[in-house]
Design a protein around this ligand. Structure first.
Ligand SMILES: NC(=O)c1ccc[n+]([C@@H]2O[C@H](COP(=O)([O-])OP(=O)(O)OC[C@H]3O[C@@H](n4cnc5c(N)ncnc54)[C@H](OP(=O)(O)O)[C@@H]3O)[C@@H](O)[C@H]2O)c1
Length: 332
C-alpha cells in the first residue's frame, strides 16, 4: 500500500491538519525501463514549505492543490530498471510525501550511509549546512574579531551559523525561544551569549548588553520584532543576511515593522536577501569545508526526529511553535 499526503487547502494563517489530506492506494506501482522504485526513509520538514503552500509570487512555484506535498527526502532504492542506480542504494531528492514512489532518477543524488547518518544529508550535509555556510561567507563576509548575532539560533540553520562564525574567530550571540535552547547554544555549540526572546522584555537593551562592541553581522532567520531590535545595535558597514522570516510566514496582513532605511543609511550598512540555490556553483567548496570541520569535530549538530509518516504535517506545523532543536526530520 502507498500512502500520500496532498495539499488540500492553501492555509490561512497558521497551517492546520485540515490543510493536508492523506490518501491510500493498494496498487503496487510498475517500474518501467529507466525508472526506479523508492521507499521513503527520512522526510525533511522546512519552514520554506509554508511559502509554497500559498500561491503568492516567490522564488519557487507554489504547490498545486490536491497534489502531493514535496520536500527533501532520503529514500532507499527498492528496485531499479535504471543503470545509474541499484537496489539498496540510498538517494536524496526533492520527492513527494509518499511512502513509495516511482522516479526517473533525474535530480537524485546518491548518499553514502557508511559516511554519515542518513538524516545528516537533509541537515548539516544538505541544505541546512549549505545555507549557513554560504549565507554567512558570501553576504556576511565575516572577519576575525567581529560580532555576529543569529536569530533562530537553536534551529537547523542557526546552530550551524553560530558554530561556523566561532570557527572563523567571531564573537557569537544567539537568539532563541527557550532557556533550554539558550543553554544549549552555549554548552553544545560554543556560542558566547544567548538571549531568550520570549522572556526578554527589552530586546534592544539585551542585544546591546550581549554585544558591547555592536553588531557587525546579523544572520536573520526570523524577521519581525527581533530583527527590528537588532537594527538599533548595528555597526558602521554591518551586513545583514536575510535568510528567512519565519515570524511573519503565517501573517495574513502585512506586518508593521520599523523603517529600516535610516538605520542602513546612518551605518552605511548592507541588508541582502539570500536564497541558497543562487549559490549552487559554490556547493562543492562549501561541502568540502563543512566535511572538514565535521571530521575535525569543529562542527556538531542536533536533530529532532519525529517518527511515522502520519506525523509529517504535525512535525512541519511544530516548526512554527519552536518544538524542534536543530534539524527537524521525520523518520518513516
Ligand atoms: N534562504 C534560504 O535559502 C533558506 C534555506 C533554508 C532555510 N531558510 C530559512 O531559515 C530559517 C530557519 O530555517 P530552519 O530550517 O533552520 O528552521 P529551524 O530554525 O530549525 O526551525 C524554525 C525555528 O524558528 C523559530 N521560530 C518559530 N516561530 C518564531 C517566531 N515567531 N519568532 C522567532 N523565532 C521563531 C523556532 O525556534 P524558537 O524556539 O527559537 O522560537 C523554530 O525552532 C527559516 O526562516 C527558513 O525559511 C532559508
Amino acid at each position: 500500500m502507498i500512502q500520500t499526503i496532498l495539499l488540500k487547502n492553501r492555509p490561512k494563517g497558521n497551517p492546520k491538519s485540515s490543510d493536508f489530506e492523506f490518501v491510500k492506494d493498494d496498487k503496487t506501482p510498475t517500474v518501467n525501463e529507466g525508472e526506479l522504485l523508492l521507499e521513503t526513509i527520512y522526510v525533511s520538514v522546512d519552514p520554506y514549505l509554508r511559502g509554497r503552500m500559498s500561491d503568492a509570487k516567490s522564488y519557487m512555484p507554489p504547490f498545486e492543490l490536491n497534489k502531493p506535498m514535496k520536500s527533501g527526502i532520503i529514500a532507499k532504492v527498492k528496485s531499479s530498471k535504471n543503470d545509474n542506480f541499484k537496489e539498496g542504494d540510498y538517494v536524496m531528492g526533492m520527492l513527494d510525501w509518499k511512502t513509495l514512489q516511482i522516479s526517473s532518477g533525474k535530480e537524485l543524488m546518491k548518499v553514502d550511509a557508511e559516511k554519515a547518518p542518513l538524516s545528516a544529508y537533509l541537515g548539516i550535509l544538505g541544505m541546512t549546512g549549505l545555507t549557513a555556510y554560504l549565507g554567512l561567507t558570501q553576504i556576511g563576509k565575516p572577519q576575525k574579531g567581529e560580532t555576529l548575532i543569529v536569530s533562530g539560533a537553536a534551529g537547523a540553520v542557526g546552530s550551524v551559523v553560530g558554530q561556523i562564525a566561532k570557527n572563523l574567530g567571531l564573537r557569537v550571540i544567539g537568539v532563541a525561544g527557550t532557556d533550554e535552547k539558550v543553554e544549549l547554544l552555549k554548552s553544545k555549540f560554543g556560542f558566547d551569549e544567548g538571549i531568550n526572546y520570549n522572556t526578554t522584555t527589552d530586546m534592544k537593551a539585551a542585544i546591546a548588553k550581549a554585544a558591547p562592541n555592536g553588531i557587525d553581522i546579523y544572520f536573520d532567520n526570523v524577521g519581525g520584532p527581533i530583527s527590528d531590535a537588532v537594527l538599533f545595535n548595528i555597526n558602521k558597514f554591518s551586513r545583514t543576511i536575510n535568510c528567512g522570516a519565519i515570524s511573519v510566514y503565517n501573517e495574513t496582513e502585512l506586518p508593521k515593522s520599523i523603517s529600516v532605511q535610516p538605520f542602513l543609511v546612518k551605518n552605511s550598512a548592507l541588508m541582502q536577501g539570500f536564497i541558497v540555490s543562487n549559490y549552487s556553483e559554490k556547493f562543492p567548496e562549501a561541502m568540502k569545508q563543512l566535511g572538514e570541520w565535521l571530521a575535525a569535530e569543529k562542527l556538531t549538530y542536533t536533530e529532532t526526529v519525529v517518527e511515522g509518516f502520519e506525523n509529517i504535517p504535525q512535525a512541519f506545523m511544530d516548526l512554527f511553535e519552536g518544538k524542534n532543536t536543530g534539524k527537524m526530520v521525520v523518520k518513516i
